[in-house]
Design a protein around this ligand. Structure first.
Ligand SMILES: Cc1cc2nc3c(=O)[nH]c(=O)nc-3n(C[C@H](O)[C@H](O)[C@H](O)COP(=O)(O)OP(=O)(O)OC[C@H]3O[C@@H](n4cnc5c(N)ncnc54)[C@H](O)[C@@H]3O)c2cc1C
Length: 417
């Protein structure tokens, strides 16, 4: 769409062109509904973001794993696009780097993690929500590493996470990737769908029969709107809706975005390491990196930093991530290892103005806020996005399913009117 939009009228406006918005718009377009994606960035995909790096490899800075691949709707779309999958077992599903962490220790940790999930289920079954931290011994052998692993799963430490919400998460444990990037595939799936780029929405005025969407480039009028903005945006801007929707603000505040940042590092002479292997910088605390060696067999390390520690690193600037990774990796592999490392690509999701975090978790007591966030208002304002999903939150396929469901609601309303 031209960069000069000042006024536009559509039947359905989809606010946000990430996985949820794209899924919604694809379905509406397939039913010949006049719809428009209104996107703040100059690209589609949102937190699905593949970067073509000078290394020659496509790097997923946001979602990379097609979790629950056997029931993930993106698989069929990627297949139709002719994409190449990697079906290699992910590093967390195998024992690797036994020279750093002996096999018995890896087994003991895996057992401790399994026990934690059982305690989470038992605690959730009582109906009384509490922070997961209460289910972990304060100074147990694996407490630090449990906190690290859970923090990279949720983006937040155990003391901030709802037991009931985590227990609702569903995962078939089949995880695939796309050689050319999950983000690239998601963005490509919106081909042909009208989109207003560079168009941050500042207000959704739903006082009149036609909804007015105020944007940086003028006003868009619509009969119905599907809002797919991250909770970090909805929670921070009460003025986003006119009249305000305090129940949405409250729901979004109960479902904040945790933080996970990825740094890719080139690794010289990588062959000594097994493809898809993994090591943690430390096993005794949450403030550590998760280092995935040779993803797809490539000569690189995909580093993951999460939670409060990722916030801390973001405040130190780009170099802080690489320096910290080098410090942890040389502690494990010796001082000479530093010479083999070169930073390739980093994305700071906390500093990203249109994400302000990575994926949602529920604070204790807020698990049911996902349904509150997802509920339509006046059958004209519909909500989607990963945070709206009861069982697949925090994922790109969860976002897809909520977007597709919101489009179904719009189609049902159209049939009624
Ligand atoms: C580091 C990282 C790793 C991840 N790993 C995985 C993984 O392996 N597997 C997985 O399934 N998921 C993963 N995720 C999560 C997954 O990427 C997200 O859950 C999913 O992409 C969210 O989609 P969404 O449509 O709900 O939100 P978004 O993608 O955030 O879409 C919302 C859109 O709204 C736009 N927007 C924001 N503000 C405005 C405004 N004011 N006006 C207009 N538009 C606006 C944004 O630019 C964005 O495009 C990861 C995420 C991160 C950050």
């Amino acid at each position: 769409m031209a960069n000069t939009m000042t006024h536009r009228s559509v039947e359905v406006a989809v606010i946000g062109g990430g996985a949820a918005g794209i899924a919604a718009a694809r379905k509406l377009a397939a039913h010949q509904v006049d719809c428009l994606i209104v996107e703040a960035r100059s690209r589609l995909g949102g937190r699905a973001f593949t970067v073509e790096n000078p290394s020659g490899f496509a790097l997923d800075m946001g979602c990379g794993w097609l979790h629950s691949a056997d029931c993930n709707p993106w698989v069929a779309i990627a297949t139709a696009q002719g994409r190449t999958f990697s079906k290699a077992t992910p590093p967390w599903g195998r024992a690797t780097m036994t020279q750093i962490m002996p096999l018995e220790q890896q087994r003991a940790f895996r057992a401790a993690l399994g026990e934690l999930f059982e305690r989470v289920s038992a605690a959730a079954a009582t109906g009384h929500d509490r922070p997961i931290a209460e289910l972990v011994p304060a100074n147990g052998r694996w407490t630090g590493m449990l906190n690290a692993v859970m923090t990279y799963i949720a983006g937040a430490e155990l003391d901030r996470m709802s037991t009931i919400d985590l227990d609702r998460y569903e995962d078939t444990e089949l995880n695939w990737r796309l050689v050319d990037g999950y983000g690239a595939m998601i963005a490509a799936s919106a081909e042909g769908i009208p989109t207003a780029f560079d168009c941050p929405v500042t207000c959704i005025d739903h006082r009149d029969r036609r909804i007015k969407i105020e944007t940086a480039k003028g006003t868009i009028e619509a009969d119905r709107v599907i809002v797919t903005l991250p909770t970090s945006i909805i929670g921070a801007h009460e003025e986003l809706f006119l009249p305000a929707l305090p129940q949405k603000t409250e729901a979004a505040l109960g479902l904040p975005l945790g933080l996970d940042d990825k740094l890719f590092i080139a690794l010289d002479k990588a062959d000594e390491f097994e493809p898809e292997s993994r090591v943690f910088g430390r096993t005794d605390r949450a403030a550590t990196g998760n280092y995935h060696f040779r993803p797809f067999g490539r000569p690189m390390i995909e580093c993951y930093f999460a939670g409060r520690w990722a916030h801390e690193l973001e405040s130190g600037g780009d170099r802080a991530f690489f320096d910290f990774a080098v410090a942890e990796l040389t502690a494990l592999f010796g001082a000479d290892f530093a010479r083999r490392l070169k930073p390739l690509q980093l994305h700071k999701w906390g500093a990203d103005p249109f994400a302000r975090g990575s994926y949602s978790y529920a604070i204790p007591g807020a698990a049911d806020q996902r349904a509150v966030l997802a509920a339509p208002v006046d059958d004209r304002l519909f909500f989607a996005g990963e945070a709206c999903s009861r069982h697949d939150f925090s994922t790109a396929h969860g976002a897809f399913i909520t977007g597709s469901e919101a489009a179904d609601c719009v189609l049902a309303q159209r049939r009624k009117s």
